[in-house]
Design a protein around this ligand. Structure first.
Ligand SMILES: Cc1cc2nc3c(=O)[nH]c(=O)nc-3n(C[C@H](O)[C@H](O)[C@H](O)COP(=O)(O)OP(=O)(O)OC[C@H]3O[C@@H](n4cnc5c(N)ncnc54)[C@H](O)[C@@H]3O)c2cc1C
Length: 398
């Protein structure tokens, strides 16, 4: 089998890898993307990712620039406001309730929420019809050999790709990162997140709601109606054993527990999907690049699912690679290109990881002084206008 040549090779067809392929192809670079799995095209597929992602403005702008936002737009629900509710005790009593409105900043929305399986299916379809892109689903990265001027990737079907730049977008257990011998620093919290979809009595009015209690956040993110019922995607963070116990409850008992934990902010919740359990960690790779290779997204950093930062941070990695490539197309994959990428992204990733780590520790605590600080902090951040606007701008990815 003869070797395939491409400017860019992408290991991993998650959302980050697919967006990177669209962005490089749009700028005229040839791209080969490989993934051992074909992205599911139905929500009922056992491999479908039932989480949803709120695309903040910089992420939406990147997708618009590549032309890949249009196929996602029909499935995107605008998040016009963010309601934060602090609760306490066994009966989940509300002790502080504040709403941040995007219109306060003159914006239509904080972000746009799209189910992950839908985003992957639409992006894959978009790429099947795009110029400059070769999709190799069913074959993953098996091995990589790098030299000063190129990288040679061997896939699991023994075919080879010669490339100027190999990008690792192959997830938290990245095969490319392992091949390069790049280590990671991982912080574990003993927490797990349950991700599922619910229908509910009351309309969400395009408001995303976070309900805090010890154990972590319970987040309801607006979705389009589901067979005539109001619907939201939920991420419920909990101590590990409790998350496992909840995931094993029957649907009715689970719906009852979820309704109680949500402080009934949207009335009665009814489970409307499978439940998936995700371990919560903060993880940072010790390096974002090596000879002719760069790591992006969860291959480079994993963040707890708070404040819609995970994939949005990942798409900033992609933007950085693209912007550098557009500035100097002949330099892609060179030492200068990779060290500029490392410089652009490392500090931002580390700062976000530290901020979210601290936020998670405060948000899950039931120690009275810290839980009190949580309510006080929320009141302060919301009620002091300049602070409120600054925090809202930061949260929107500014
Ligand atoms: C519960 C939860 C909720 C979240 N909510 C949000 C949110 O609201 N907003 C937000 O911004 N972020 C959120 N995140 C984070 C976000 O979901 C992740 O950042 C994102 O899904 C990861 O995307 P990725 O492309 O890096 O990796 P993945 O989606 O894991 O994709 C990696 C791909 O690599 C492939 N692969 C594996 N091995 C190989 C190989 N050898 N060769 C080639 N390919 C390979 C896999 O098949 C997979 O397709 C959340 C995370 C969690 C846990």
């Amino acid at each position: 089998m003869s070797d395939v040549q491409s400017d860019i090779f992408i290991s991993g067809g998650g959302i980050a890898g697919l967006v990177a392929a669209a962005a490089f192809a749009k700028e005229g670079f040839s791209v080969v993307l490989a993934d051992p799995n074909v992205p599911p095209s139905e929500e009922s597929d056992p491999l479908a990712d039932l989480r949803s992602t709120a695309y903040l403005e910089p992420a939406r702008a990147l997708l618009q620039q590549t032309g890949a936002w249009a196929p996602l737009a029909p499935y995107a629900t605008p998040l016009e406001a963010l309601r934060v509710v602090d609760t306490e005790g066994e009966d989940v009593a509300i002790r502080m309730d504040r709403t941040f409105v995007a219109g306060d900043l003159g914006e239509a929305a904080f972000g746009w929420n799209v189910p992950n399986w839908r985003a992957r299916a639409s992006l894959t379809e978009f790429l099947r019809n795009a110029e400059n892109v070769t999709l190799r689903f069913g074959a993953g990265l098996a091995n990589i050999l790098t030299r000063e001027r190129e990288a040679i990737v061997t896939l699991s079907d023994k075919s080879r790709v010669r490339t100027k730049l190999a990008i690792g977008a192959d997830g938290r257990n990245s095969a490319l990162r392992t091949q390069l011998g790049i280590q990671v620093k991982t912080t574990r919290y003993g927490q797990k997140a349950l991700a599922f979809i619910v229908t509910h009595d009351d309309p969400h009015q395009n408001i995303s709601t976070e309900v805090y209690l010890s154990g972590g956040a319970f987040t309801l993110v607006p979705l389009p109606e589901l067979e005539g019922s109001h619907a939201s995607a939920v991420v419920w963070m909990n101590d590990g054993p409790e998350a496992v116990r909840l995931s094993n409850l029957g649907p009715e008992n689970f719906s009852e527990a979820a309704t109680k934990r949500s402080a009934s902010v949207l009335g009665k919740l009814t489970l409307a999907s499978e439940r998936r359990v995700w371990p919560i960690v903060t993880q940072e790779a010790n390096s974002l690049s090596s000879e002719r290779t760069a790591l992006v997204a969860e291959a480079a950093h994993v963040l707890p699912p708070i404040g819609a930062q995970g994939l949005n941070t990942s798409l900033q990695d992609v933007s950085a690679l693209i912007n550098l490539a557009v500035e100097q197309p002949d330099s892609i994959g060179s030492r200068a290109y990779l060290s500029a990428f490392e410089k652009k992204r490392r500090r931002d990733i580390h700062a976000r990881a530290q901020a979210i780590d601290l936020y998670n520790r405060v948000c899950r605590s039931d120690a009275p002084p810290i839980a009190g600080l949580r309510s006080l902090g929320l009141r302060l951040v919301h009620d002091v206008e300049p602070l409120r606007k600054a925090i809202m701008r930061a949260g929107m990815g500014a």
